[in-house]
Ligand binder design. Structure first.
Ligand code: AMP
Length: 120
């Protein structure tokens, strides 16, 4: 499979500092910021700094240090946002997954009781 990265996507612009964001955590390989349209009390997006379009692209092609840095950021976000009671991690992917922004991102959603993942 070929993954074509569009560097004009909104998260690429956030990474270049062209658009502001509400940063929760940052390290060398990842940035985490509050979702602009939160769907729960906690709704943070964690993105790699590298040009990956989706979870499967990142899992296949990101270097080990990029993957470690990304998951270190996920851990830091979970610790910082107080989601000890639980949360949901979502990576919407391409058209069937209803992905709007073509830069890999993981939604960390929690801070309150959530409903079932998918309607029955
Ligand atoms: P997805 O449908 O998984 O691609 O989700 C994209 C997410 O990005 C949505 O939850 C949007 O609310 C969020 N979003 C879009 N633009 C921004 C922005 N400038 N800052 C923060 N979150 C954003």
């Amino acid at each position: 499979m070929t993954f074509d990265y569009d560097d004009q996507n909104i998260f690429a612009k956030i990474l270049r500092g062209e658009i502001p964001n509400s940063t929760v955590f940052e390290n060398d390989h990842a940035l985490a910021f509050n979702d602009i349209a939160p769907q729960a009390a906690v709704h943070v997006l964690v993105i790699p700094k590298g040009p990956y379009v989706s979870l499967d692209h990142f899992a296949r092609d990101a270097r080990p240090e990029e993957q470690t840095g990304f998951f270190a950021a996920v851990a830091a976000v979970c610790a910082a946002t107080g989601v000890e009671a639980g949360f949901r991690a979502i990576a919407n992917t391409r058209s069937h997954g209803v992905q709007d922004v073509p830069h890999f991102h993981m939604h960390i959603i929690g801070g309150q009781q959530l409903g079932r993942m998918l309607p029955k």
